[in-house]
Design a protein around this ligand. Structure first.
Ligand code: ZN
Length: 246
């Protein structure tokens, strides 16, 4: 059975990393933000809503978008919790994620590198004042354009198109990917750089790649195992290791 092969691979590996994308968060009810066929993009065109220049001129669209997305609370799911378990077991050394939803950290994972930043912290673009998620959310549902005491606009620390990635996260992602003997690629089709290149660092280190993703990727033929259904895989893994959610 394929799952048995996966557990054997996990058992013999000592430096596992996980590379995660939108697919892991859809299990938590978060829409695939980058998915082309999501109707939300008719109202909030991605080239505007994540465009730093557009944001500077008319920030309200971005905040309208966030209000629509963040009007309910999202919780980590079985996949997030399993990765946290693997970290506690000292098997998993790092999670590299493209997601901005902060669910890995919410699940309790420690070494998480967020290549596109996270909505969990925000800064005033004028005076630099930092805001935590709670403060930001409170303001988001009170103010059309979330603003600081100094009247500057407050922007969550997420990476817009063309903006620089957080260098520390990127460096640590590359470091861990190049030291891995096993990389679990979960819910990403590996089209957005630099995340898309991370499995190559692991392959160059002689490590194995396991793909858990519905769509095809450019490294399908180099993966030792490939699964379609994220929920199914992590249910079976959680059963095998006898862990519950949380
Ligand atoms: Zn300010």
């Amino acid at each position: 059975m394929e799952i048995k092969k996966l557990t054997e691979l996990i058992e013999k590996s000592n430096y596992i990393t996980a590379l995660t994308g939108a697919g892991i968060s859809t299990l938590s009810g978060i829409p695939d933000f980058r998915g082309g066929n999501n109707p939300i993009w008719n109202r909030y065109p991605q080239d505007k809503v994540f465009n730093p220049l557009y944001f500077k001129e008319s920030p309200q669209m971005f905040f309208d978008f966030l209000r629509e997305i963040l009007n309910k609370e999202y919780q980590p799911n079985i996949a997030h919790f399993f990765l946290k378990f693997l970290e506690e077991k000292k098997k998993l050394k790092a999670i590299i994620t493209q997601n901005i939803d902060g669910l890995h950290k919410l699940a309790g994972s420690k070494n998480v590198y967020e290549l596109h930043g996270s909505i969990f912290s925000s800064h005033c673009l004028k005076c630099g004042q930092a805001y935590n998620y709670e403060e930001f959310l409170k303001k988001l549902f009170k103010e059309k354009v979330v603003s600081c005491k100094c009247s500057g606009v407050i922007k969550p620390d997420i990476v817009f198109f063309g903006e620089m990635l957080p260098p520390e996260d990127l460096n640590m992602a590359i470091y861990n990917a190049s030291h891995s003997d096993l990389m679990l690629v979960i819910g990403t089709s590996l089209v957005v750089q630099p995340a898309a290149f991370m499995p190559m660092y692991t392959l160059n280190n002689g490590g194995n790649i396991v793909l858990i993703n519905r769509a095809e990727t450019y490294i399908d033929d180099r993966a030792v195992l490939k699964f379609d259904d994220i929920e199914d895989v992590f249910k079976k893994l959680s059963e095998y290791y006898e862990i519950g959610e949380g």
